[in-house]
Design a protein around this ligand. Structure first.
Ligand code: SF4
Length: 464
């Protein structure tokens, strides 16, 4: 049986990596649930409110985008619009070249990953340095992030220590404090010598033009402290209508992403520094990036544009926990990536049409999503789209046989007995190549078939 691309990744991920991803995501998910339910009588009300605000905003982007542009301009910010990745990268390059800049320090921005800005700038002779610790490690390893919030969830301390040693950042030492201190030492010098500082924007208020940026390392603040020019690269869906909405989203984002009450550093950036302010960038540019978002907005899956990139759906997803982030082949992994990535591909949708199928449709992602996105429904809509567009479905198990079995009670009962027998068979050694190949990379859980029928039979009928 040939495998779906995501399946191939699943078979290749080493067991210890899978275990690390599982432990990391499980712990964050449990902390998040406890925090939310300890602190809010009904967190679901807050999630519904946040979802409604975001849905309202994306459906009225034609009103809010001009409003935010006018506010930003009034605050002294230069506003640029980029329809695709190429024009967004070009806009950054033009700003840098106009200033004679060659060095840029970047705080974590997912959209700059999405448009592959760093390699583009490097190709044009610029030094583009990631300053979020995880992103910095990804950069020196020429790797890709595997989680929205924790880009190196797939790496062990030993691997990081070896990377630091290779890059000349000290002798091998896998003590986290030492690693952090060494990264800090290296980055401080870079902050001071950079010409341009780059951030993303977690939220942009249409009411005031304020950009909210959250980090846990304070690196976005460092990026802006000494540089004279600030460029913010932001997806067009990041708008919220009013300043007061920020309270709803900042509360939910920190709790959902890292189980914190508030992210350690939360900055509200209104524009370049005023003459009375001693420090800060004298020039500020905001580049609003579409890159397929308008098409997503026009599709039947537009709810995905509510996403605030908290990563909670990744942490709870049984599929993500098994395959880790690289399997999604995109900067957006997990359930959100399974919806967003194929949509952002536009006409190349078939290349990622396997992702919506990589889901158990258990609904856990929907339950945790702070903006209440009905991810399982969206996945089904995309599966349907793939069928309508006749996207070949490699690796899909033949369902015809299953449907015959499931509709014949006698055959079903026989299969339940067969399932029990399978527990005692050395499947890995049975000479049926697809079966032994499949089994070699997976651990089949013990057979539990028939439990439901047993429970149903024993159940007391009402009134009996
Ligand atoms: S889809 Fe929801 S849970 Fe997943 S990253 Fe986006 S906001 Fe968070």
């Amino acid at each position: 049986m040939s495998c779906q691309p995501i399946d191939q990744y699943a078979t290749q991920i080493p067991r210890e990596k899978r275990a690390a991803v599982y432990q990391g995501t499980k712990a964050t998910h449990e902390k998040r649930t406890k925090l939310l339910f300890d602190q809010f009588a009904d967190p679901n009300r807050l999630r519904r409110l946040a979802g409604e605000i975001k849905q309202h905003t994306i459906e009225n982007l034609d009103t809010y985008l001009p409003q935010v542009e006018a506010k930003l301009k009034a605050n002294g910010v230069n506003v640029h619009w980029a329809g695709n990745a190429e024009s967004a990268c070009k806009a950054v390059l033009d700003i840098m070249q106009a200033r004679g800049a060659t060095k840029i320090v970047k705080a974590k921005t997912m959209v700059s990953e999405e448009i592959e800005l760093a390699p583009f700038l490097e190709k044009h002779g610029m030094e583009a340095l990631e300053t979020d610790l995880g992103e910095f490690i990804v950069q020196i390893d020429h790797d890709h992030p595997s989680h929205i919030v924790r880009p190196i969830i797939h790496k062990s301390r030993a691997e990081i220590a070896r990377s630091f040693e290779r890059e000349g950042l000290g002798a091998y030492n896998d003590d986290p404090e030492t690693i952090t201190r060494r990264a800090r030492q290296f980055l401080r010098h870079k902050y001071l010598s950079a010409d341009v500082g780059m951030t993303g924007g977690n939220f942009v208020s249409a009411e005031s033009g304020r950009i909210a940026v959250v980090t846990n390392e304070g690196n976005s603040r460092f990026c802006l402290a000494a540089t004279k020019c600030h460029i913010a690269v932001i997806g067009i869906e990041k708008i919220v209508p009013r300043d007061r909405d920020l309270a709803v989203f900042l509360n939910l984002l920190a709790r959902s992403a890292t189980a914190q009450e508030l992210t350690t550093y939360t900055e509200f950036i209104r524009g370049p520094k005023s003459p009375e302010q001693p420090d800060g960038p004298e020039e500020m540019h905001v580049i609003f990036v579409d890159n397929g978002r308008s098409e997503v907005l026009a599709s039947e899956c537009r709810e995905i544009l509510r996403c605030i990139r908290c990563g909670a759906c990744l942490n709870v997803c049984p599929i993500y926990r098994q395959v880790s982030g690289h399997a999604y082949r995109s900067v957006y992994p997990g359930p959100v990536g399974a919806v967003l990535s194929p949509l952002l591909m536009g006409e190349k949708f078939p290349q990622k049409a396997d992702l919506p199928k990589a889901s158990s449709l258990c609904g856990a992602c929907n339950e945790v999503c702070p903006v209440n996105i009905p991810i399982p429904d969206l996945l089904l809509r995309l599966r349907n789209r793939a069928k309508e567009e006749n996207v070949p479905s490699v690796g899909t198990p033949p369902m015809g046989g299953w449907s015959i079995l499931a509709s014949q009670p006698a055959a079903w009962r026989a299969a339940l007995v067969g399932g029990k027998i399978m527990d005692f068979l050395p499947l890995r050694h049975i000479p049926v190549p697809p079966l032994s190949k499949w089994e070699a990379k997976r651990d089949l859980p013990p057979w539990r078939g028939g439990q439901f029928r047993k429970w149903m039979k024993q159940r007391q009928r009402p009134g009996a």
